[in-house]
Design a protein around this ligand. Structure first.
Ligand code: NAP
Length: 292
């Protein structure tokens, strides 16, 4: 089965390329310079050349704060790009697996968000990602939209790498303790998507639509940071963990507001595909080992 992956140099994209080949797929990973999803001629040419059986869109504009003042580019990559991919997939009658985010919610719920929960994005990034979800759904029946959150890996920029960098520079760090979510390794997202791709390849009945997938257990950024430094110290990746102070979101203002509750209910993907949430503490160990 030939899988075309856009955004292949990103966190999830490179994990898809790595695990896709290991799992026996014929993988065509394209970086943004090889496949610009906002350019229809480029999209058409790559599809014609690769002739994929399935496409996974791992590309996105992910600079959440920058998006507030760069909304044109954010919408171009996060809405127009997925639309062009969906239209091209429709023309060729192939499925598209697309990735979205917890930022489509406002974070005010008291419980974990199910796929049917009301969306209400509060940032340009969240709005552009929701627009992308809709443009995929409107233009292609065979679509999966996988919403995830708090992604980390050994490459790119993410919370784990930021903590290790700041921890090496400072003796004390203040970390937000009133935002909750499920840290999710890029490897586990890749494997979830590849499991769905395998199901498509087996021509089994697929329930197209939106699914949630994150790591568990849910925690706050403060708890996530504590675990990062504990593991890094015990693996001797760092010599001494910095002192951590817990703060409220209001004490750490950012251009784009963050949802306080980013917990995604992952029971639907388990029921439909048998995909279990990832144990993020174990995945964190794997990522730290690679950074060692
Ligand atoms: N990171 C998170 O915490 C998080 C949380 C929830 C959901 N998500 C979603 O998960 C997915 C993967 O995120 P990630 O963390 O792997 O992101 P990432 O590391 O920032 O990778 C995104 C990739 O998209 C590429 N890209 C940008 N514009 C493009 C274009 N016009 N055409 C083709 N590719 C383009 C980027 O290439 P360049 O670097 O060359 O621009 C980059 O390699 C995204 O849909 C994101 O919204 C991420």
């Amino acid at each position: 089965m030939k899988i075309l992956i856009s955004g292949a140099a990103g966190q999830v994209g490179s994990a898809l390329v790595k695990h896709g080949s290991k799992r026996g797929f014929e993988v065509f990973g394209m970086s943004s310079s090889e496949l610009d999803i906002t350019n229809l001629r480029n999209v058409d040419a790559v599809f014609a050349q690769v002739k994929p059986d399935l496409v996974i869109n791992a590309s996105a504009y992910t600079a959440v704060d920058k998006a507030e003042s760069d909304s044109e580019l954010a919408y171009s990559v996060n809405e127009l790009g997925p639309k062009l991919l969906a239209l091209t997939c429709r023309k060729r009658d192939i499925p598209l697996l697309h990735i979205s985010t917890d930022y489509v919610f406002d974070g005010t719920s008291n419980i974990a968000y199910t796929e049917n929960a009301l969306t209400n994005p509060q940032s340009v990034y969240g709005k552009s990602k929701l627009a992308g979800e809709l443009s995929v759904k409107e233009n292609l029946e065979q679509n999966i939209v996988l919403r995830t959150a708090w992604v980390f890996s050994e490459i790119g920029s993410n919370f784990v790498k930021t903590m290790l960098r700041l921890g090496a520079e400072r003796e004390k760090l203040s970390i937000v303790a009133d935002q909750f979510g499920g840290p999710t390794s890029a490897d586990s997202i890749a494997n979830a998507l590849l499991t769905i791709a395998a199901r498509v390849g087996e021509k089994r009945d697929i329930k197209w639509g939106t699914y949630h997938f994150t790591g568990l257990p849910y925690c706050s950024w403060y708890e996530f940071a504590k675990e990062i430094f504990q593991q890094a110290e015990s693996m001797r990746l760092i010599s001494k963990a910095p002192e951590l102070a817990s703060i409220f979101s209001s004490e750490y203002p950012t251009p784009a507001p963050r949802p306080l509750n980013s917990k995604l209910d992952c029971s639907k993907i388990y029921k439909e595909f048998g995909i279990e949430p990832d144990d993020w503490k174990q995945s964190l160990r794997d990522v730290l080992r690679q950074l060692q």
